[in-house]
Design a protein around this ligand. Structure first.
Ligand code: NAD
Length: 517
C-alpha cells in the first residue's frame, strides 16, 4: 500500500503527527494517515451531527433498507477488507473473513431485520395510575463515538457502528492508531454506497484524538480497550456526562471437568488459546483441569499445539500469525519467566521466533495463582494449565480474578455445566465451546468486574443506542383539577393518608378499602 491518506481529506499538513501502519508479519510500512487535531476531530463530529438530523427522522424501516446497501457493498468487496485486516494485524485470512467480516455482516442483517420490532414504541401498563396510558419511545441519541482497539480492527468498531446507525444515530469512529487502514477501507466502502458520507465519520489518531472525541459533544461512547485506558476514558466520560459502554480486558478461565470430552476440550483450548495469536479479549487465558483427566488433556493439548503452523499469514497453511508489536512479545516472555521461576513447566513453545514478530504457541503446566500468568491478562499465545482436585476448587479459582468477561465450562453433563455457569462471575459463560458467543447477534455481550460495564449486541444494546422517551396520556376525560393539585387543605391531606393505608396495608381487599372511609 504505502500511500499517504489524509484524514477526512481536510488538508491536514504533513508537519502534523502521522499514524503509521506496519505489517506485523513483515515490518513493511503499509500506510500513513494524518492524526486529527482536536479542532479537526470536533469538525468531524459537527458534520456527523448535521447528517444525523436528516437520518434520525427517517422511518426505521427506511433506515434499515438503506443500510442493507452497506451490507451489499461489504459482501461485494469482502476480499479487499480481508486483505487489509490480514496485513495490518498479521492474522490469517480465514480469521479476518469469519471472525470479522461475517460477524459484522450478520449483525447488520440481524439488526436491519429486527430493529423495527425492537425499537417500536412499547406500551407500559401502569399498576397505580390506571387512568393513564404510558408508552416508551426510542429516539436516536445523536452522535455516537466509538473508540476501538487493534486486535479486531473491523468487527469491533463496525459492529458498534451498525447498531448506532440502525437506531438513527451518526457515528464517529476513532480506530486504534496501530490499525487505521482497516477503518480507512470501511470508510471508503461506506462512501461508495451513496449513504450520507458525514453520517459515518472517522477520526484517526492516538489517545488525544480519542480524548478530543469524548469532549466533542457526543451523546454516547462505546469504548473497547485495556482496563487502564478504560479507567481514564470512563473518567473523561464522567467529566463530560457522556454515557458509555466499557468493553475491557479479559482473563477467561476454562474449567475442564472430570467428565469432559477430552478430545473436544483439548481442541477447544488450542483454538481458543491461539486464535489471533492469543490476542483476543475472550481467549482461553487459563485452564483448570480436573486431576482425573489432567494428564491426558495436557498431553493432547501439547500434541495439537505442536502441530500449529506459525508464520506470515500471507502464506498458505498458516494457523497462527504475527504478534502485533514487540511489547506484546515482551509481556508474554515476562509471564513465562515469572511462571517458570515459581515452578511452572514449559510443555511446548516458550520462545519468540528468530524469523520475525512471531511467538511460539506456548503451553505451561504446573501453574498456580502465585503466578502472574494465571492472574493478569496475557494477550498472547500462552495457555497456562493448573491441576485441580474438584470442581469446587475450579470455580473458586475461576472467580479469583479482577476480570470477568468470558468463561468456559467443559462437561458431558449439560445440566451440571449450567449449574457451574450460574456460579461464575463473568458476563458470558459458554458450555463446551469457545469464543462463539460473540457471534450470537441476538445475545448481549460484555463484562463484569473490571472487564467493564454495559453491553453490545442483542436487543438491549440496540435500545441503549437510543434515548428512552416516556409519553404519558390520559385514558379518561381529564377533570379541570386533579385532587393533588393546589390548593392544599387538611381535608385532602387526610384523604391521601387514608388512600396510602388502603393501598399499601396487608389484608383482604375489602378490609383495606374500609380504611378509605
Ligand atoms: P488500548 O486501551 O491501548 O487502546 C484502545 C483505544 O483507546 C485505542 O484506539 C487508543 O488510541 C484509545 N485511547 C488510548 N488512550 C486514550 C485516552 N486517554 N482517551 C481516549 N482514547 C484513548 O487497547 P488496545 O491495546 O488497542 O487493545 C487491547 C485491549 O483491548 C486488551 O486489554 C483487550 O482485552 C481489550 N479488548 C476488549 C474487548 C471487549 O470486547 N471487552 C475486545 C477487544 C479488546
Amino acid at each position: 500500500m504505502g500511500l499517504l491518506l489524509h484524514a477526512e481529506g481536510n488538508g491536514a499538513s504533513t508537519s502534523q503527527r502521522l499514524v503509521k501502519s506496519f505489517a506485523p508479519a513483515t515490518g513493511e510500512l503499509l500506510g500513513e494517515i494524518h492524526a486529527a487535531t482536536r479542532d479537526e476531530a470536533h469538525a468531524v463530529v459537527e458534520r456527523a451531527r448535521r447528517a444525523q438530523a436528516a437520518w434520525g427522522v427517517l422511518p426505521i424501516e427506511e433506515r434499515c433498507e438503506r443500510l442493507l446497501r452497506l451490507r451489499d457493498a461489504l459482501v461485494d468487496r469482502v476480499e479487499e477488507i480481508v486483505e487489509v485486516i490480514s496485513k495490518e494485524c498479521g492474522k490469517p485470512r480465514g480469521e479476518a473473513l469469519t471472525q470479522e467480516v461475517t460477524v459484522t455482516v450478520d449483525l447488520l442483517t440481524y439488526y436491519c431485520k429486527n430493529a423495527p420490532r425492537i425499537l417500536a414504541p412499547r406500551d407500559i401498563g401502569l399498576h397505580l395510575l390506571k387512568h393513564k396510558a404510558s408508552a416508551v419511545h426510542y429516539a436516536p441519541r445523536g452522535v455516537v463515538g466509538i473508540i476501538s482497539p487493534w486486535n479486531f480492527p473491523f468487527v469491533i468498531p463496525m459492529g458498534d457502528a451498525v447498531a448506532a446507525l440502525v437506531a438513527g444515530n451518526a457515528v464517529v469512529i476513532k480506530p486504534s492508531e496501530v490499525t487505521p487502514l482497516t477503518i480507512a477501507k470501511a470508510k471508503e466502502i461506506w462512501d461508495s454506497t451513496g449513504l450520507p458520507e458525514d453520517l459515518f465519520g472517522v477520526v484517526y489518531g492516538f489517545g488525544e484524538a480519542g480524548q478530543a472525541l469524548i469532549e466533542s459533544g457526543i451523546q454516547k461512547l462505546v469504548f473497547t480497550g485495556a482496563v487502564d485506558t478504560g479507567k481514564r476514558v470512563a473518567a473523561a466520560c464522567g467529566a463530560n456526562l457522556v454515557p458509555c459502554v466499557m468493553e475491557l480486558g479479559g482473563k477467561a478461565p476454562l474449567i475442564a471437568c472430570a467428565d469432559c470430552d477430552v478430545e473436544r476440550t483439548a481442541r477447544a483450548i488450542v483454538f481458543g488459546g491461539f486464535v489471533n495469536a492469543g490476542q483476543v479479549c475472550i481467549s482461553v487465558e487459563r485452564v483448570y483441569a480436573h486431576e482425573t483427566i489432567h494428564d491426558k488433556l495436557l498431553s493432547r493439548v501439547r500434541d495439537l499445539t505442536k502441530e500449529l503452523r506459525v508464520g506470515n499469514p500471507e502464506g498458505d497453511g498458516v494457523d497462527v500469525g504475527a504478534i502485533i508489536f514487540p511489547k506484546q512479545i515482551e509481556i508474554a516472555e515476562k509471564h513465562i519467566q515469572d511462571a517458570v521461576s515459581k515452578g511452572a513447566e514449559i510443555v511446548t513453545g516458550g520462545k519468540r521466533r528468530p524469523d520475525g514478530q512471531f511467538f511460539e504457541p506456548t503451553v505451561l503446566a504446573n501453574c498456580n495463582h502465585s503466578m502472574t500468568v494465571m492472574k493478569q491478562e496475557i494477550f498472547g499465545p500462552v495457555v497456562p494449565i493448573q491441576k485441580v482436585s474438584s470442581e469446587e476448587e475450579a470455580i473458586r479459582l475461576a472467580n479469583d480474578s479482577h476480570l470477568g468477561l468470558n468463561a468456559y465450562v467443559f462437561t458431558k453433563d449439560r445440566a451440571k455445566g449450567k449449574r457451574i455457569a450460574a456460579r461464575i462471575d463473568a458476563g458470558n459463560v459458554v458450555i463446551n465451546d469457545v469464543l462463539l458467543n460473540y457471534a450470537a447477534a441476538e445475545a448481549p455481550f460484555g463484562g463484569v468486574k473490571q472487564s467493564g460495564y454495559g453491553r453490545i449486541h442483542g436487543e438491549d444494546a440496540l435500545r441503549e443506542m437510543c434515548e428512552t422517551r416516556q409519553v404519558l396520556s390520559s385514558r379518561v376525560p381529564e377533570p379541570s383539577k386533579d385532587p393533588f393539585w393546589f390548593p392544599y387543605s387538611g381535608k385532602s391531606y387526610r384523604w391521601q393518608l387514608r388512600a396510602l393505608r388502603a393501598l399499601f396495608s396487608r389484608g383482604p381487599l375489602l378490609e383495606r378499602l374500609g380504611k378509605l372511609l
